[in-house]
Design a protein around this ligand. Structure first.
Ligand SMILES: Nc1nc2c(ncn2[C@@H]2O[C@H](COP(=O)(O)OP(=O)(O)OP(=O)(O)O)[C@@H](O)[C@H]2O)c(=O)[nH]1
Ligand SMILES: [Mg+2]
Length: 280
């Protein structure tokens, strides 16, 4: 499955991203800690290299990711020139404050009311950009929500006398060539559910969970995973949760089971997992 999905507001977002980046000092690229590579937008990388802007890669939602794997990602990203990295969770108060502290040394000449440090928060949809801005401002100025494309326009705010922050709409790239990346992004709901079928995403997720975190499935749903395949996982969830298709003679409702698995995964109810590792 390669995903070709580029709604009109994304074209505008791309143009705006280029413009705002040129007028910023540090690019704060928010990634999903559970898949920092798949959630890196090649357009943002290309633009920041062209504009020669330093970048802070924020591995957000670290509370949902496997801490050992997150540490390996931080080590890998810190090797990149002009890049600093940090893993945070915006649901834990105080962690967002690390962001401006790490941005300042990336543009030390910008530190006064006449030359404020301009931090541009960007990234793919639903990774927590607006939540990060709200946490920094300690006010709910931007709307947030667990779905893509909540933010429609950029917002600029003064953080203090010598720092400004800009929140921006999520940005994807026009054609996601690698089917794995498409499915990973659908798993964290960076791509709209209208574009991908839940059952396909859930089966993809089940494959990874079976390989890396089978115990989490057993703990959550109460079935043994030995010798199960991904499709069996959905059947097992349907059985355990009594998901049956109406008027179909007791046939299992795999679609409903898929939604249960995806919701549990997205909300972190299943436990802490990383779907991508830097070792492979
Ligand atoms: N568990 C967890 N959830 C988070 C964290 N940060 C944000 N969220 C949740 O992630 C969802 C998306 O957050 P937003 O701030 O709206 O994401 P966004 O990147 O601004 O999304 P768009 O505007 O659609 O591009 C919301 O449900 C947030 O509550 C985090 O660190 N941990
Ligand atoms: Mg937003």
């Amino acid at each position: 499955m390669s995903i070709q999905w580029y709604p009109g507001h994304m074209t505008v977002a791309r143009r705006e991203t280029a413009k705002t980046m040129a007028a910023s000092d540090v690019v704060v690229e928010v990634l999903d800690a559970r898949m920092p590579e798949a959630s890196s937008n090649p357009i943002i990388t290309e633009l920041r290299l062209t504009c020669q802007r330093p970048c802070l890669k924020v591995l957000n939602k670290a509370d949902l990711a496997d801490p050992t794997v997150t540490q390996s990602w931080l080590e890998q990203f810190s090797q990149e020139p002009g890049v600093a990295t940090v893993a945070i969770s915006c649901t834990h108060s105080g962690q967002a404050a690390k962001v401006p502290k790490l941005c300042q040394p990336l543009a030390p000449h910008r530190n006064s009311p006449t030359k404020p440090l301009r931090m541009f928060i960007t990234g793919i949809p639903n990774v927590g950009k607006s939540t990060l801005m709200n946490m920094l401002l300690k006010r709910r100025l931007a709307k947030v929500g667990d779905q893509p494309a909540v933010t429609k326009v950029q917002q600029r705010h003064a953080l203090n006398q010598s720092m400004t922050i800009i929140d921006s709409p999520g940005l994807l790239w026009p054609k996601i060539e690698d089917p794995n990346v498409g499915l990973l992004l659908a798993t964290i709901y960076a791509i709209s559910a209208k574009v991908v079928v839940d059952e396909e995403i859930a089966e993809f997720l089940a494959t990874i969970l079976l390989a890396r975190y089978p115990a989490l499935l057993t703990t959550r749903y109460g079935f043994a995973t030995k010798e199960l395949e991904a499709a069996d996982v959905l059947d097992a969830i349907a059985l355990k949760r009594g998901c049956l298709r109406k008027g179909k003679g007791g046939e299992l409702d795999r679609e409903k089971a898929s939604r249960i698995l995806l919701n549990d995964y997205r909300q972190g109810t299943l436990g802490r997992t990383s779907l991508e590792t830097p070792f492979v």
